[in-house]
Design a protein. Structure first.
Length: 198
């Protein structure tokens, strides 16, 4: 008999002094096809080359109190052939991908306030090949780039600065202004959006 999972305490998010919230829009920025054998049990699939499609998403986040717009970019880049050679050779053949540029999606479907030039910052969480989209490219010319450094350093064997620089290269962010979301002086539990809200 197994024991029940441990109980975790509930920590409610404190209310914002201005009662402001964020609006989040889901953008489908392509499709990735994942092999059944790598994700579904039992692992011995009678169809080893069968894949199932999964959407690749970005999130457009608007903070109404400050009128700031952010893109949380979890999509794939369009130029997959420019990924590291080992990924191009060993990974991409197993994960057929159809990426879309989030800037193109916004230009086609977004309102005037949701256009790429209105985006204040692009947020990247980590550098898996299917989560480093084109947000770091020139399609978002005024956007800062915010990088979650832990996603770059975990398992890399590199020091933090080297890993973050490699992450900036992967995101097309080298030489552009930006922030290490977990760097010195950054609050680990959240950030201030300018109105007292996090």
């Amino acid at each position: 008999m197994t024991s029940p999972p441990p109980s975790h305490p509930w920590h409610p998010i404190p209310p914002s002094p201005t009662n402001s919230t964020c609006t989040v829009h889901l953008l489908q920025a392509g499709t990735l096809r994942i092999p059944y054998a790598l994700t579904l049990l039992p692992t011995s699939s009678p169809f080893p080359t069968t894949h199932f499609p999964v959407p690749d998403y970005c999130f457009l986040i608007t903070h109404p109190a400050t009128q700031s717009t952010y893109l949380f970019d979890l999509a794939m880049r369009l130029d997959l052939h420019n990924l590291p050679p080992s990924i191009v050779k060993n990974t991409l053949p197993n994960f057929p991908a159809s990426p879309k540029n989030p800037a193109t999606v916004l230009r086609k479907y977004g309102s005037r306030e949701q256009q790429p030039e209105k985006v204040k910052a692009i947020i990247f969480s980590h550098t898996h090949f299917d989560h480093v989209g084109d947000g770091g490219k020139g399609d978002f010319p005024g956007a800062e780039l915010w990088l979650g450094a832990t996603g770059f350093t975990q398992g890399s064997g590199e020091d933090r600065e080297t890993a973050v620089d490699a992450g900036r290269d992967a995101c097309g962010a080298r030489g552009r202004g930006g922030y290490d979301l977990e760097g010195e002086g950054v609050r680990g539990e959240g950030g201030d959006l300018g109105d007292g809200g996090a």
